[in-house]
Every structure is written in structure tokens, then in C-alpha cells.
Design a binder for this molecule. Structure first.
Ligand code: 7UC
Ligand code: FE
Length: 297
């Protein structure tokens, strides 16, 4: 196993000669360390079955099964399928997922530390994912903005990006909306928390899921999102990293520090990807009891 930051790679490291079947516990521990320090690890040249991908995921942590079954791989519920490729016996997975700035499961009480994505059908155009490092975004905040968010919690919900399911057709929209609130009620997370491994403060906000900073005016949330780059129409900026994807790449990223946004082709080019998400050995963030009070900052 060899790893390096490629020239021109603004974030993450590329790993060559990783053999999932032969990987030792030390190899996995090193990869995790790299994910926390570098945010993204790209394993090149992977050729894994769905079952082998699940097996690899289990070595990184405890898989979280996505709460909406329409995303599940038919044989492995741990795999979330993003796909616009129709299968012979009906649709598998959901097309055009994650095309908005978000952190996975931010709208859930217990988000997971690591996201692993293994593209299956890679389109020729528009392949890739955008990332913003929200620990760096925090570093860029003025002392005044840091002061205004200190000690706050932010509320998150999936409601604006919930995908209508085939079984929702002909249902009154208010019933669908009520279902969303019942199944995924709003959750609160600290607006800023310390990364449990690197100790860096992270500005834990996304344009898609975060909707309110408790006790603060809406302008503050908008200002912070804009400051981080998440409200920009221009993706060609220094604080946004575009990770290109090639067949055989398997990405592992830090779902605490990064927000991401899928980049889907507008064309009808086929695209399909498998995702496994895992809880690592650390709490996602220190619980509210451990949070520094507003006055302490
Ligand atoms: O269909 C999607 O884009 C899924 C999204 C609403 N949630 C992904 C996640 O893990 O939070
Ligand atoms: Fe995502």
C-alpha cells in the first residue's frame, strides 16, 4: 500500500496497491488516520463485489443502514444505491442523490463518522463530487462571527430534500409532509464541535439540512453558509474541492469535517454508485453536556 497527495490535489490522498482481501488491521488503522487528517482517501483500482464492499465497510466501523428502504441494494441493505440505470426487473436505488450541499445523516440524532463511496458506472461527463472542509471554514471566520455562534445549537431536517417515493404517488402532500416530520423530526447538533480525533473545531452546517441556529436570527445562518462557500453558484473557487471519479476508485471521507455535493450529468448518461456509511470508534461529537458555554469562548 502506497499513498501520496497527487500534484494539484487540493484535498485528500491517493492510495495505490490496496488489497481489501489482504489488508491488515494496521492497514485499516492507517487508512482511518489518513481520512481524519486528509479528509478524503481514494483507494485506486478496486474490484470488489457488493458483498466484499460490505465486508470492507465493516472493517472501518459499524454500518448504518439507510432509513429509507427505497435506496437499499436488493441483497445488501447496508449499501445505499444511487443510480439512474433502470434494471430489467424494475428500478434499483434512487437517481440524482445528494445534489445539494450536505453532510450525510446530519438530520439524524446520530450521524456517522465515515462515508465510503464506490462508483459502479462512471459517466464520461460530470463525474465527481464537490467538497468543502468545514474545519477550514471555521478557521476563516472572523472572531466576531465565531463569537456569535459560540455555544449555540443548530437544527437540521431532511424535509426540504426528502425524495418522493413511488408509494407516495396520489397521496396528499400534507400526509407525506407529516410522515417526514414523524419519521425524521428536527434534530439539534452543536453548531461548532471539536473533531474527536484531530481536535479541530468544525462548523457543522449545511445548506440542505440546517435550517435554524437556536436563538439567533436567520441572517447568521445565511452568513455562515455563504462564508463557507455553500451558497455560491460558482464551484470553481479555492475553498471548493472537486474530486474526480474513475472506475475502480473507492472513496472514504470524513463525514464530520466535510460537506459534499454530488455533481450529476444533465445528460441521460448512465451513472450508478454504491455507498456504505459507518460509525467509527469515536462519538460523532461531544454531547451537549461537554459543550463550552457561550460565555466560555
Ligand atoms: O436522495 C438523497 O439525496 C439522500 C439524502 C436526502 N440523504 C443522504 C444522507 O445520508 O443524509
Ligand atoms: Fe451524501
Amino acid at each position: 500500500m502506497r499513498y501520496e497527495r497527487r500534484p494539484g490535489q487540493s484535498m485528500g490522498v491517493t492510495v495505490e496497491q490496496f488489497d481489501a482481501a489482504a489488508a491488515s488491521a494496521e492497514d485499516i488503522a492507517l487508512l482511518k488516520e489518513l481520512v481524519y487528517r486528509e479528509r478524503i482517501v481514494v483507494l485506486k483500482g478496486q474490484d470488489l463485489s457488493a458483498a466484499e464492499f460490505v465486508g470492507l465497510g465493516r472493517r472501518f466501523g459499524e454500518p448504518e443502514v439507510y432509513y429509507e428502504p427505497m435506496y437499499h441494494h436488493p441483497e445488501h441493505e447496508e449499501i445505499f444505491v444511487s443510480s439512474n440505470v433502470p434494471a430489467a426487473d424494475g428500478r434499483v436505488g434512487v437517481p440524482r442523490t445528494g445534489e445539494f450541499w450536505h453532510a450525510d445523516y446530519q438530520f439524524m440524532p446520530r450521524p456517522f463518522g465515515l462515508t465510503m463511496v464506490y462508483p459502479q458506472v462512471v459517466p464520461a461527463k460530470e463525474r465527481g463530487t464537490y467538497y468543502i472542509d468545514m474545519a477550514r471554514a471555521y478557521q476563516r471566520l472572523s472572531p466576531e462571527l465565531r463569537e456569535r455562534v459560540a455555544g449555540t445549537v443548530t437544527r437540521h431536517s431532511a424535509r426540504r430534500y426528502f425524495k418522493i417515493r413511488p408509494s407516495d404517488v396520489y397521496r396528499p402532500i400534507q400526509d407525506v409532509l407529516a410522515d417526514i416530520e414523524r419519521k425524521t423530526p428536527p434534530v439539534e447538533h452543536p453548531t461548532v464541535f471539536e473533531h474527536p480525533v484531530t481536535g479541530e473545531p468544525i462548523l457543522y452546517l449545511s445548506a440542505a439540512f440546517s435550517y435554524e441556529i437556536e436563538g439567533r436570527e436567520d441572517e447568521l445562518l445565511t452568513e455562515l453558509l455563504a462564508h463557507s462557500g455553500q451558497l455560491s453558484e460558482d464551484f470553481d473557487r479555492e475553498d471548493i474541492h472537486l474530486q474526480f471519479l474513475h472506475k475502480g476508485d473507492l472513496l472514504i471521507w470524513d463525514n464530520r469535517a466535510l460537506v459534499h455535493r454530488a455533481r450529476h450529468a444533465d445528460s441521460s448518461e448512465p451513472a450508478a454508485s454504491y455507498r456504505i456509511t459507518v460509525h467509527d470508534d469515536h462519538p460523532f461529537h461531544p454531547g451537549p453536556a461537554d459543550l463550552p458555554a457561550a460565555a466560555a469562548r
